[in-house]
Ligand binder design. Structure first.
Ligand code: HAM
Length: 460
């Protein structure tokens, strides 16, 4: 039965009217809230640490670049440029774009800063946000972050293998099980001869007529992209499609064999995937992707991808410079890390909590906090609270080792109460001696921890 209009109007009247409008974040965008930073720190530190270990230096490029940079490198027919780019004309009439991926900006930086004058290879990494106006879904956002790693000036297959090794180590050390998909798409001539075989294949047995709308367009614009169509009827035909590795010239075949030999020697498990071509225009020879282990690629999204792009630097106005690299998705990696039980660092562990009671003691506690902090002791507080119970609860939550309690009595006596948070035992300490007392107790704690670890080692 419809509800009477009068009743609805009355209910509306009863609701308090908001004075101002509130705003929601844009579709496909995420806020990273406090607790999630544990994961961001873990994953970012792993990326930085691994990159530096292998001799890569950190770089950042602007989020805005000229639109043409992406049209000429990522490729006008790629989905990224043709469908997903945030591009616009700025106030001075320039056509610009928010970076949808990292490689073009890094190539521009390499050329613009004359990095060919540096000893080669030039090895760099970047961690930062990217923007694609894609259809949002789980693991696919309109703003996301990537860990990009690129090596310029090294033609040898060692470089390809090392790039894949770093990507593999990144996931392995974060305890994310992955499978590496590898293929070679050869050089321009190899792809030309392969594309003609591919077109013949689709001409035969009326296969062309069974293709989806997008693939029919791809047949004219970018036939290689037919290989990664996820549409059921197109995917079904791929089982019989000719393989690109059979069209490789001697140089490209030997290069690929060497990359695989290195991977074998390094004990990196991989899957030869003849359908892997990647959706960006600049690749040649080795291409690879990292998929979560045991997940069907049609359903899920890859954790990362990369490959070689030996012609791009020259195409972007630089000297001929071979290059290769990868981009790994930070959000997708973090989602996977959350599924594992990897121990996360608690930045507050074993801290000293300072609790206070009353206005006067709060003032003194403020000073004590600064003094201890400056002397390198890990101190925490909650000076906005008056209740001792609430403050000690917070100390417990943080994992504090000791709490220092300053009340009226302690102010008058020139003392501080020191509470062992594990045993609950409280002792009175002279205010002037509190720093040395804490240092002594913390050092004792460390010694005990060392002894415990030694015992554990002996026992194991
Ligand atoms: P890509 O395959 O387009 O390659 O992206 C690399 C990774 O970025 C993906 O595997 C995924 O983890 C993440 N990613 C991409 N789009 C999204 C999205 N909408 N939401 C969340 N994560 C996403 C590149 O970008 C190349 N520049 C990689 C490269 C570097 N090749 C050579 N050097």
């Amino acid at each position: 039965m419809p509800r009477p209009a009068k009743k609805i109007a009355k209910e509306k009247e009863a609701q308090p009217q908001k004075k101002y409008k509130s705003y929601a974040r844009l579709r496909g965008m995420r806020d990273v809230l406090f607790d999630e930073y544990k994961y961001w720190d873990l994953v970012t530190n792993k990326a930085v640490d691994l990159s530096r270990t292998y001799g890569f230096k950190r770089i950042e490029t602007p989020a805005l670049e000229s639109l043409e940079l992406y049209e000429k490198s990522t490729g006008e027919s790629s989905d990224i440029v043709s469908k997903e780019m945030y591009s616009f004309v700025d106030k001075s009439g320039e056509k610009i774009a928010l970076r949808p991926e990292g490689t073009p900006g890094l190539v521009r930086a390499y050329v613009e800063h004359g990095m060919f004058n540096l000893p080669q290879p030039v090895k760099m990494f970047l961690i930062g946000p990217f923007f694609r106006h894609d259809k949002p879904q789980s693991g696919r956002y309109r703003q996301f972050s990537q860990f990009n790693l690129e090596m310029f000036g090294e033609p040898s297959p060692v470089a390809d293998a090392q790039i894949i090794l770093i990507a593999y180590n990144f996931f392995k050390e974060l305890q994310v099980p992955v499978q590496i998909q590898v293929n070679s798409i050869g050089c321009k001539d190899d792809r030309k001869s392969y594309v003609s075989k591919l077109l013949d294949f689709y001409k035969e047995r009326g296969r062309k007529s069974k293709l989806c709308q997008d693939c029919r367009k791809r047949l004219v614009k970018n036939p290689l992209r037919l290989l990664d169509c996820k549409e059921e009827k197109c995917a079904a035909m791929l089982a019989d499609v000719p393989q690109i590795v059979d069209s490789l010239c001697d140089d490209c075949r030997n290069h690929f064999i060497k990359v695989l030999e290195y991977l074998d020697e390094l004990d990196i498990p991989y899957n030869l995937n003849p359908l892997l071509v990647r959706g960006l225009d600049y690749y040649n020879k080795t291409v690879f992707e990292i998929w979560p282990l045991g997940e069907d690629q049609a359903r899920q999204a890859s954790l990362g991808g990369g490959g070689r792009y030996d012609e791009l630097v020259e195409q972007m106005g630089g000297r001929p410079t071979p290059a290769c690299g990868f981009g790994l998705g930070m959000e997708r990696t973090i989602a996977k890390v959350k599924e594992t039980n990897i121990p996360l660092k608690n930045h507050n562990e074993d801290c000293i909590f300072i609790a206070q009671l009353g206005e006067q003691s709060r003032r003194k506690a403020f000073l004590l906090f600064e003094e201890l902090r400056r002397s390198g002791i890990k101190v925490r507080q909650m000076f906005t609270k008056d209740s001792l119970k609430a403050q000690l609860e917070e100390a417990n939550k943080l994992g504090a080792k000791f709490s220092l309690i300053l009340g009226q009595k302690e102010i008058i006596d020139g003392t501080v109460l020191i509470r062992d948070m594990e045993s609950g035992i409280q002792e009175v300490v002279d205010y002037k001696k509190i720093r040395t007392e804490l240092e002594k107790r913390l050092a004792n704690g460390e010694k005990r921890e060392e002894l415990r670890n030694e015992n554990l080692e002996v026992r194991s």
